[in-house]
Write a protein that binds this ligand. Structure first.
Ligand code: PRP
Length: 183
């Protein structure tokens, strides 16, 4: 199969992803098996929707799914302030919550959301992120992690470049010429 010209190489294959998501789901199912009440999965749009869909369908325990969306303001993509632009439909007070993200890059988004959700007094709050970049980031707790990846621009499995390549079943590194030219 030939790669799209925007893509340099595949970093994590579809088979590796599916295997890892299965083991994360098994781990979460085990960890929450004896917790009273149902689990609430909170996915962060847009990036987390594919990971969350695969993870949720493999959980072996009752759970709810809800979503939030945030926006970053600032000179560059992740430099600015984070703001909630779409909130949860249900209160999470007294619930066991897992915040599900596609990527931790600077850590700004997860850090902000973690504090925001903690302020709503859930019974417990953990985080699950599909990938985390190997780079300095804010010290934010990641309880369940899919993969550590190099500090390069990646797309696929929910991750995009200018809203492109989000639905690829694998994670690929973008060719530098793609993001160094104006979109
Ligand atoms: C991406 C990703 C995370 C965030 C991580 O969202 O989905 O939410 O960036 O970056 P950080 O660790 O530097 O804060 P993006 O703003 O690209 O929106 P999208 O998910 O809608 O594509």
């Amino acid at each position: 199969m030939s790669l799209h010209p925007d893509l340099k190489s595949i970093l994590v294959s579809e088979a590796e992803i599916q295997q890892r998501v299965q083991s994360l789901a098994a781990q979460i199912s085990q960890d929450y098996a004896h917790v009273g009440g149902e689990l609430y999965l909170v996915g962060i749009l847009k990036g987390a929707f594919i990971f969350l869909a695969d993870l949720a369908r493999r959980l072996q325990l009752p759970h709810h799914v809800d979503f939030m969306a945030v926006s970053s303001y600032g000179a560059t993509a992740h430099s600015g302030e984070v703001r909630v632009i779409m909130d949860l439909r249900e209160p999470i007070e007294g619930k066991h919550v897992i915040l599900v993200e596609d990527i931790v890059d600077t850590g700004k988004t997860l850090n902000y959301l973690y504090k925001t959700l903690l302020g709503r007094k859930p019974a417990s709050l953990r985080t699950c992120t599909f990938v985390r970049k190997l780079r300095p980031s804010l010290d934010v707790p990641v309880d369940y992690l899919g993969f550590e990846i190099p500090d390069v621009w990646v797309v696929g499995y929910g991750l995009d470049y200018a809203d492109k390549h989000r639905t690829l079943p694998f994670i690929a590194e973008l060719e530098p010429h793609v993001y160094s030219k104006p979109t």
